[in-house]
Design a protein around this ligand. Structure first.
Ligand code: OAD
Ligand code: ZN
Length: 387
């Protein structure tokens, strides 16, 4: 599949796409007038998409009775091939910062410091020169350091109800595995800590080897060639795992319901998956902020969610925390008792969850702040050494 090659900042990739697109159009059409009319047509379609006040009516019948959680749950109760697409927002209530939330997100904490860019921790070239900031993050996110959230357990419940086709996660914290979702149901699109490889000779290392070294605040080096050993987390510019490509191809055409949860949908190719389901497959976004909307004419009809446009037939945006959203969804599905039982059996009492929810933002912000301070110190020290 042409699109599932590299994780990129979608904004960058779009810019390139746009250039390609315009160049091709220029080749095809020397005639200025036809280019102009094409552009005008695109603009008209774009304003139709972006504005909910236009008089255009949707062409086909809606798939959902109404565009809210209740209707989504009603539809979902009949589905058996549900795909979940998850992001960092499902783990923030475990105290793990996300990347892009203003204030609490790791990137915004890092932006206070004089780093090349906050995303640099996931760039291979930066890592080769200075792997320390990444290993500080790795230590913080080390599997088993955190306990899964109610959202992770809700996804497990989906599986126990024989409804989960697959969870595609962008997260590298392994909380899906720790929550007891079977590994064959999980696709870790941005990789995993479970295996690592030497950047030089590709020798494979296991979790224990890396853990031992990074917990001593040292950098893991290859025992054969002394190259840096990097966990198999996908960095910007690297190919996504083969399993991602395979499962995208086998799953998305089968999906009868899509849940998108806790992600800003800003990173390609992951964010494009929302457009790979059938046009009649409902797409439910549970997130603290809107995501996945068309932001430019180049997004038209392709990868965008249409929940606040008059073209909407099947998209629902439920604005809430992930944990609140899934708790309400469980109630609407009639699974409240099963969900509570599962949480209790895992030591997550409903009372604790409520208490957690009120204290989490502070804890997450503190964690992000602390981590950012250490990463910045590691980077700035390294820069000084080089001077
Ligand atoms: P982001 O930080 O970009 O987005 C997280 C989204 O979750 C935001 O829209 C938040 O508003 C929302 N959110 C945060 N906490 C929430 C909560 N408790 N309940 C509901 N919503 C919440 O994270 P991702 O979209 O996962 O790449 O980022 C994608 C990729 O960018 C990551 O995988 C990472 C990063 O660069 C790699 O690791 C390679
Ligand atoms: Zn090596």
């Amino acid at each position: 599949m042409a699109e599932s090659k590299k994780p990129t900042d979608d904004k960058d990739e779009r810019t390139n796409d746009n250039k390609d697109k315009q160049t091709n159009d220029d080749d095809d059409n020397d005639n200025d007038e036809s280019v102009f009319s094409k552009l005008q047509d695109l603009m008209n379609r774009f304003s139709g998409l972006m504005s909910s006040s236009t008089s255009d009516e949707p062409v086909e019948d809606p798939v959902l009775k109404s565009f809210d959680l209740k209707s989504a749950a009603e539809y979902m109760s009949k589905c058996s091939n549900i795909i979940v697409m998850a992001g960092a927002g499902i783990s923030t209530s475990a105290g793990i910062p996300d990347f892009r939330s203003p204030g609490t997100g790791l990137y915004s904490q890092l932006s206070k410091y004089d780093l090349p860019s906050p995303e640099a921790i996931f760039h291979l070239e930066f890592f080769r020169n200075n792997p320390k900031p990444f290993f500080l993050l790795a230590k913080e996110l080390y599997p088993q350091k955190f306990t899964p959230t109610p959202t992770h357990f809700f996804i497990r419940l989906l599986n126990e109800k024989n409804k989960l086709l697959r969870i595609f996660t962008q997260n590298i914290d392994s909380l899906e595995r720790i929550a007891g979702i079977p590994s064959e149901k999980i696709v870790e699109a941005h990789g995993t800590f479970f295996t690592s490889h030497c950047l030089n000779c590709r020798k494979e290392y296991d979790l224990e080897f890396v853990k031992e070294v990074i917990f001593k605040d040292e950098i893991p080096h290859c025992t054969d060639c002394d190259g840096i050993v990097k966990p198999d987390i996908i960095f910007f510019g690297e190919s996504l795992p083969d399993r991602f490509q395979q499962c995208v191809q086998s799953d998305f055409s089968k999906a009868d319901f899509l849940i998108i949860i806790g992600t800003s949908l800003q990173v390609a190719p992951f964010n494009r998956l929302v457009s790979f389901v059938d046009k009649n497959c409902p797409r439910l976004l549970i997130n603290m902020e809107p995501a996945g909307k068309a932001t430019s004419i180049w997004d038209l009809g392709s990868s965008s969610l249409l929940y606040d446009t008059n073209k909407n037939r099947r998209d629902v945006f439920h604005k809430s925390t992930c944990d609140d959203g899934v708790t309400e969804l469980a109630k609407l599905l009639g699974w409240e008792d099963d969900f509570n039982k599962l949480l209790e059996s895992e030591g997550v009492s409903v009372k604790n969850v409520k208490e957690n929810l009120s204290t989490i933002p502070n804890e997450t912000e503190e964690n992000a702040n602390h981590l950012a301070e250490q990463m910045a110190a590691a980077t700035l020290n390294d820069n000084k050494k080089k001077e």
